[in-house]
Design a protein around this ligand. Structure first.
Ligand code: FAD
Ligand code: NAD
Length: 464
């Protein structure tokens, strides 16, 4: 008899399983694929970041090294090698999860998990056999899957989702992307850097929907300079494949019917919670209209003893959000009063430059009628950014008008994804903009832009 059976080994599931074992529970983690790690490690965060880094090196070698006095002749792309390195990075990390399970004495079990009752999970194994795990509690961490749109069928060859777009064996000549969200921009950047013409069709009037307007505008300008073309307010109506050509039809912002032809199409219009063949009906659990499982503050579903976390429940679809939920869920099961501050969960887009945010954006504060002060400082005026030749972007800090408490922050610029951590911690501690600028920031570092942005909240930057 297990104390806890976790279904799904993504960042939510494997983290919860390990933490539960650390807390003394007897735990099994069921995963239908042959490797642990879920979307994030196998076909998401990790392979995409590996390809982003490799393609960034390729661009640097081609276009940016010369200004540092480093000259190359005959730069060539070896895509097979690049893909091989990516697979090796993935393999090392997924094997790492198996190692962690071993260390923490979690039984990692390969097979499709189906809930049979609130205390049993049947696992259908790849060899055709099955096993029923008896357990006190069940944690659903089955994650999410990509979606498509009517008239566009993913054939996994010419028309692909993110998984397919990470695996192209050759650089597309013209990659069309539906959706200017995180996946569209990250994977669009990869293939654009490697030589593809990239056209992004986006339904909304801006890219990166939830991102701060000013940041999104500047990002679009920079991506355009990098060669990515955008067609905003484009309503895609269908896609057809003819030999090696994909034709996408859409209605443009003036309601005119348009077509665009390419050799590959990436559909990146969002993801849906995944609960297929999970056996929810066996225990009377239903999903909401968006296919998600609703949970309470303790991550309990409406069935006693069954919990859910990560992409399968409402909220941002982020690996670190799933991880936090996994830890808090099992700690609360054990009587520890853990909590999550959803206002201080950062989000990062790993383009060049990176884009990161935490807390509220200006438009959210305006919509909520919250009075705020704003401090903004550009990387252009920062010594480290200059020496890196990476000066695009800025840090913006939004603080409560009366109390000076930080309500949100956005960064577009070099290493934004790492820099945002300071502001997330600051928000977690309820810091003010003054707390930030009174803290010493090493010189010369990119973090000094954060300090200057905090000073700018009071209208008195030191270096501009
Ligand atoms: P998942 O990681 O989806 O894991 C769920 C697991 O459950 C899967 O392995 C699945 O096989 C398994 N499963 C499902 N049903 C069953 C069943 N019945 N039996 C057994 N096993 C089952 N997020 C970030 O924070 N940063 C990033 O940089 C980032 N990059 C991304 C890039 C891409 C291309 C994609 C697609 C996503 C990216 N994400 C990123 C999002 C991130 O991957 C997800 O938010 C995260 O993986 C969610 O974790 P999870 O544990 O909830 O689910
Ligand atoms: P997304 O929600 O980020 O973006 C989807 C985009 O597609 C939106 O801009 C939307 O307006 C557009 N769209 C929707 N329907 C459309 C249509 N019919 N025609 C044209 N455009 C349309 O989704 P995604 O990029 O697919 O990413 C899925 C999830 O994965 C996200 O929730 C994200 O959090 C996660 N993810 C995170 C990271 C990261 O943290 N760096 C990276 C990749 C993915």
């Amino acid at each position: 008899m297990y104390d806890l059976v976790v279904i799904g080994s993504g960042p939510g599931g494997y983290t919860a399983a390990n933490r539960a074992a650390q807390l003394g529970m007897k735990v099994a983690c069921v995963e239908r694929y042959s490797t642990f790690g879920g979307t994030c490690l196998n076909v998401g965060c990790i392979p995409s970041k590996a390809m982003l880094v490799s393609s960034e090196h390729f661009t640097a070698a081609q276009h940016h090294m010369a200004e540092h006095g480093i000259e190359f002749d005959g730069i060539k792309l070896n895509l097979d090698k690049m893909q091989e390195r990516k697979r090796e990075v993935v393999s090392q990390l997924t094997r790492g999860i198996a190692g962690l399970f071993k260390k923490n004495k979690v039984d990692g079990i390969q097979g499709w998990g189906t809930i049979e009752s609130p205390t049993s999970v049947k696992v259908a194994k790849p060899d055709g056999s099955s096993e029923t795990l008896e357990t006190k509690k069940i944690l659903i961490a089955t994650g999410s899957k990509p979606i498509s749109i009517p008239g566009v069928e993913i054939d996994k060859d010419r028309i692909v989702d993110s998984t397919g777009a990470l695996e192209f064996g050759e650089v597309p000549e013209h990659l069309i992307i539906i959706g200017a969200g995180v996946i569209g921009l990250e994977l669009g950047s990869v293939w654009s850097r490697l030589g593809a013409k990239v056209t992004v069709l986006e339904y909304m009037p801006k890219i990166l929907g939830m991102t701060d307007d000013e940041v999104a505008k500047q990002a679009q300008r920079i991506f355009k300079k990098q060669g990515i073309e955008f067609e905003l307010q484009a309503k895609v109506t269908g896609a057809a494949v003819n030999g090696e050509t994909v034709t996408v039809t859409y209605t443009d912002k003036n309601d005119a019917e348009r077509t665009v032809e390419g050799d590959r199409l990436l559909v990146s219009v969002g993801r849906r919670a995944f609960t297929d063949k999970l056996g929810l009906e066996n225990v009377g659990l239903e999903t909401n209209k968006r296919g998600q499982l609703e949970v309470d503050h303790d991550f309990k579903t409406k069935v006693d003893g069954i919990y859910a976390i990560g992409d399968v429940i409402p909220g941002a679809m982020l690996a670190h959000k799933a991880e936090e939920e996994g830890v808090v869920c099992v700690e609360r099961m054990s009587g520890i009063g853990a909590h999550i501050n959803y206002d201080a969960i950062p989000d990062v887009v790993y383009t060049e430059p990176e884009i990161a945010g935490v807390g509220k954006t200006e438009s959210q504060l305006k919509d909520e009628g919250i009075a705020y002060k704003k401090g903004k400082f550009p990387f252009m005026a920062n010594g480290r950014a200059k020496s890196m030749a990476s000066t695009d972007g800025f840090v913006k800090i939004l603080a409560d008008e009366k109390t000076d408490r930080i309500l949100g922050a956005q960064i577009i610029g070099p290493r934004a994804g790492d820099l945002i951590a300071e502001l997330a911690v600051a928000m977690e501690f309820g810091a003010s903009a003054e707390d930030i600028y009174r803290s010493s920031h090493a010189h010369p570092t990119l973090a000094e832009v954060i300090k200057e942005a905090a000073l700018s909240v009071e209208g008195r930057p030191l270096n501009m």
